[in-house]
Ligand binder design. Sequence first.
Ligand SMILES: [Mg+2]
Length: 248
Amino acid sequence: MVIVDFDGTLAPIVADPPAAAPLPHAGAVLARLVGRIGRVAVVSGRPVAFLRDALPVDGLALFGHYGVERLDGDAVTTVAEARPWAEAVRTAVAEAEVAAEPDAELAGLFVERKGSLAVALHWRRHPDLGPAAVRLGRRLAAAHQLRLDPGRQTLELRPPLDVDKGSPVAELATGAHAALVMGDDRGDLAAFAAAGRLVKEGRLGHLLRVAVRSSETPAELLHHADLAVDGAPGALDLLAELAGLLDG
Ligand SMILES: [Mg+2]
């Protein structure tokens, strides 16, 4: 079983997040693995609709919003507890957009609506906005009881549910002979931890936690990884190598 993150893992990090695209051969490499290695899943903070457009691979399992959404056949399903939070997220988006208007304090901050259940604030194009963006994020999180998750020159606000990347990982990897779990950011720590727990409990045979390294990789992720690869190209090389072993 293979469980991979999207941004920074299959897709290089870009300054304009909606423009992020997987490396050209990512879909083909995943397609080689699907059906031959148990399940192959992408678990991401992105909405499932985005992932489906970016990676149209038959049989690929997709989990979006850190496991709050999933692709079920052709339909996107959302965990029921998340739905009542759409209004709070919508309000937080509106307030963030006001704060980021051209003549406002955070002019230049990029406010990204991520479906109806999350909003991200990005300051990659304006690193000087980081501290103020974090203050805004904290204020919005407190005002609307949303959860705040920091990332690479970004933060996200989403429903305060007990769902993180560890949730789909635990579901997918339970009972598996072996799992490869790969990611590049703080959110992937939950995936590493959930898979590690399964091994300790005897519910997963073998585990390889792979950190995708860049200048921004959290030290904690590298610390908890069994292996590190360099950037999305390194991640794809590893998956292609795995596919090659299966071919052989
Ligand atoms: Mg990532």
